[in-house]
Ligand binder design. Structure first.
Ligand code: N01
Length: 513
């Protein structure tokens, strides 16, 4: 592709590295770059504050379902978590505080929404375009866009015709008072099970439309008292040991998810007893008992969801939705459920993570088209052949059904830093993962995924794309991912040396001038 840019030879880009997003990924990446003294970077953020998913999701009851001691950076323990599973405002504040502490804030440009990233073959650079029409060039791009950031609205006939209030769980309208209102909630996933108990306290009625029942287990949550916080702060190794304990406890769950799915039956028995404990009405109990193997969809943790469903002002409706009208939701039995508001707890476009963002690589290859055709694929969830120096944090098959994403993010950040350091040490301008390396990695991944409960548990989930391919989850222990990303193997990549690029540009000056 001939560049429309007019940069001088071996072109100095606007920034050495552009990082996209300011969630755990983007901020963590910025911190790693700063620690390595690689200061020529900018972080582009479409919003006007940092926090990623923990800024965007602020629905009532929003909290983490992974223990905070582990759901935090390894290098930045927070002795002051108020609970084992912290509420959203604390996690958001933690990210803000950490960004400030490590000097990342001056590198962030807020209010910059990217529309595309295009690799300029002749310059060996990325040209990013913004919604405002600005062009930014970079040698390397690190996407911290997150896998669950684009809300998914259901494709239900008449959705636009509803005259009442509507919003998605990610765009919660706190100015709209739900007290005394009749509210339809569509979806019973991880978000809905957190906000339904909250809104059920004040709404006149909650009509909860459930397509598939989730498996829900008790959340071993508790407040962390002042003594324990003091121990976290002052007793050397106390909090770190606790973190380790949580890590290994969660890691053991891989045995059930991946290695011996038959082990899940014990867990299923516990989950059934949990339903029986809180739901006495046999009809409701039958409705909320899933018909697939536990773990096939994300196992949800809650201490108040079933109690909320048992309230007299909550209806669980399992008849399918036929359409939405001006007044409410019509089910396939012809009943119209008139409501004041519809809240979509319908999740995110997880398998379509690039939607709305165009990425073209070597020779103009279109990543959206490729991932649609072949399924989202990368090497170690991070690099993609034909897209040199483009790195995905939380890329394909790095998601977890059992532990903390922050562990995966930190592993990937480490790997990106390995790549950047290798390029510097060897005088490389850019590196492209070899197609056979990527193919071999994904072949092995697919083999591992074949035996998992996610693929064989008898459910449909956002873990798999529309062709049934599991493009989201890492099917192994996380420490194996940590080991795989600990060192970069130069032989996995085709490298272009800066000197060679300069010679090439000199030979074809018109393209680069
Ligand atoms: O979304 P979901 P979420 N008609 O995709 C239903 C993370 N998270 O926002 O199961 C009717 O889980 C859909 O039904 P079905 C976490 O990784 C983390 O709740 O597809 N219903 C389902 O019930 C989580 O997994 C935390 O049959 C429709 C629901 O909508 C991810 O975010 C907290 C429908 C969507 O559930 C997403 O969670 C919260 C339709 N047409 C979330 N379309 C942490 O604590 C969809 N549904 C870290």
């Amino acid at each position: 592709m001939t560049s429309p840019l007019r940069h001088p030879l071996v072109t100095k880009p606007d920034h050495d590295v552009v990082v996209i997003g300011t969630g755990f990924s983007g901020i963590g990446m910025g911190i790693a770059l700063k620690k390595a003294g690689m200061d020529d970077f900018v972080i582009l953020e479409k919003a006007d504050t940092v926090g990623g998913t923990w800024r965007d999701n602020h629905y009532p009851g929003c909290a983490c379902d992974v223990q905070s001691h582990l759901y935090s950076y390894s290098f930045e323990p927070n002795p002051d978590w108020s609970r084992m599973y912290s509420p959203q405002p604390e996690i958001r504040a933690y990210i803000e505080r950490t960004a400030k502490k490590y000097g990342v804030l001056p590198h962030i440009r807020f209010g910059v929404a990217l529309t595309g990233a295009h690799f300029e073959d002749d310059l060996g650079l990325w040209r990013l375009t913004t919604a405002k029409g600005e062009t930014i060039t970079a040698r390397a791009v690190v996407s911290g866009m997150g896998a669950l950031s684009i809300p998914a609205y259901p494709n239900i006939e008449g959705r636009e015709s509803f005259k009442g209030k509507t919003f998605h769980s990610q765009d919660w309208d706190h100015d709209y008072d739900l007290a005394g209102k009749t509210v339809a909630v569509i979806g019973t996933g991880a978000s809905a099970i957190q906000f339904v108990p909250q809104i059920a306290k004040t709404a006149a009625r909650v009509e909860l439309f459930q397509r598939t029942a989730p498996w829900v287990m008790p959340k071993p949550d508790r407040a962390i008292g002042t003594l324990e916080r003091a121990a976290n702060r002052y007793i050397p190794g106390f909090q770190r040991s606790f973190r380790e304990l949580i890590y290994w406890y969660l890691e053991a769950r891989v045995l059930g998810f991946v290695i011996r799915p038959s082990l899940m039956s014990k867990l299923e028995g516990m989950a059934r007893r949990y339903i029986a404990k809180h739901i006495k009405d046999p009809e409701l109990r039958a409705k909320v008992t899933p018909d697939y193997t536990i773990g096939c969809k994300r196992i949800l943790l809650s201490n108040d969801y079933y109690q909320a469903l048992a309230r007299p002002n909550v209806d669980v409706i399992t008849t399918g939705i036929a359409r939405i009208t001006e007044k409410g939701v019509v089910t396939t039995d012809g009943v119209e459920h008139a409501v004041d508001a519809i809240i979509y707890g319908t999740g995110f476009k997880a398998t379509d993570m690039l939607s709305g963002f165009s990425i073209t690589g070597v020779g103009g290859a279109d990543l959206n088209a490729r991932w649609k055709e072949d399924g989202a694929q990368a090497y170690l969830g991070t690099t993609t052949t034909g897209f040199p120096n483009l790195y995905f944090l939380m890329g394909p098959n790095t998601g977890l059904g059992h532990s903390s994403m922050v562990y995966m993010i930190e592993s990937q950040i480490h790997y990106v830093m390995e790549a950047l350091k290798l390029m510097k040490a060897r005088g490389y301008h850019h590196m492209d993962v070899k197609p056979e390396v990527q193919a071999d990695f994904n072949r092995k991944l697919a083999g591992k995924l074949d035996g998992t409960v996610w693929n064989n548990g008898g459910c449909l989930s956002w873990y798999r794309d529309d062709k049934g391919r599991n493009v989201t989850l890492w099917p192994d222990f996380t420490f194996r991912f940590g080991h795989a990303t600990a060192k970069i193997n130069a032989a996995d990549y085709v490298a272009t040396k800066t000197a060679d690029l300069a010679a090439r540009q000199k030979a074809a000056p018109l393209a680069a001038e």
